[in-house]
Write a protein that binds this ligand. Sequence first.
Ligand code: 9Z3
Length: 325
Amino acid sequence: MDVTKGLEVPGETLEAEVKAFFDSAPPLQNSDGITQLLDQFIKRNSSPSENGKARRIVCVTSGGTTAPLEQRCVRYVDNFSSGHRGATSTEYFLKAGYAVIFLNRKGSFQPFCRSLPDDPLLECFKPTDESNIQVCEAYSEAVKRAVVDHHTAVTGGLLLKLHFNTIFEYLQILQIIAVSLRCIGPRAMFYLAAAASDYYVPWKEMVEHKIQSGSHLLDVKLVNVPKMLSVLRNDWAPLAFCISFKLETDSNILLKKATAALEKYKMDAVVANELSSRKEQVVVVTSAENVVVKRDKSRSDNDVENPLIKLISEKHATYIEHPGR
Ligand code: 9Z3
């Protein structure tokens, strides 16, 4: 089996595909507002911090994108990702001293909420009388920690959260972030944990109204989403440190696919993970070596993201010293 199949995109075709994708996308709402927020965030984190150096800024993408089937969308094709990887990684990046732009799917896991129940508002609080509520004892420590840590990160100007639903919104916002971060060169990192759709229906070819049920076959043509990793690397933010992810369910092809992506898209590292073991271990694939990173069960902060972010952050520091590839 040719594991690099699907990675071959001749330069000229890619440019045309990218143009077609953005030309056909519905206009992004509030793109000026997003650009303004980013400019303020980057400016704020570009003056020297406690160690005398400007902070490193990472864009963490998280959650799965949707590909709508109708313009007035009732149905869509979704991509699997709970957002746990991105949310957890964001917490460890903040601990490591980074400022984080958290580009996430609406409704997916959020940083600092992992120890809260699924429906925190309803389960963490109870009414004391008609007009007052209080935190339930069982969750009081977890709620306090989550509120304090989140508040500290946001009011300290270290965490900026931006949301997407569709593949159109995701790539449009990613482009704005990348172009905004270009000015800080190698101090920027992209950590692309979001599961981005591989196929989409171009907006102009999409039906406006809800597809009617009744026919035996649903005939919808989806086209390949252009490989934006190449565009990010070559055009949008050429000096940024770039980490992409490779997800497979067949562990026999995982490392070959990750290595192929590393070379094809000139990533600085590809984090290879297999669906069922993704919370236990990942492999960081670089041109120099493959490092297996495992969850340390003996620690209290025993997420696999803890050693993963340490390793990535060290590699980023080395890259900043010697940015050549
Ligand atoms: C990942 O591989 C993430 O680690 C997971 C995290 C989605 C597995 P969860 O959000 O899961 O914690 O539930 N993300 C990237 C997946 C992806 O679509 N990668 C593309 C590919 O494999 C390349 S960009 O081809």
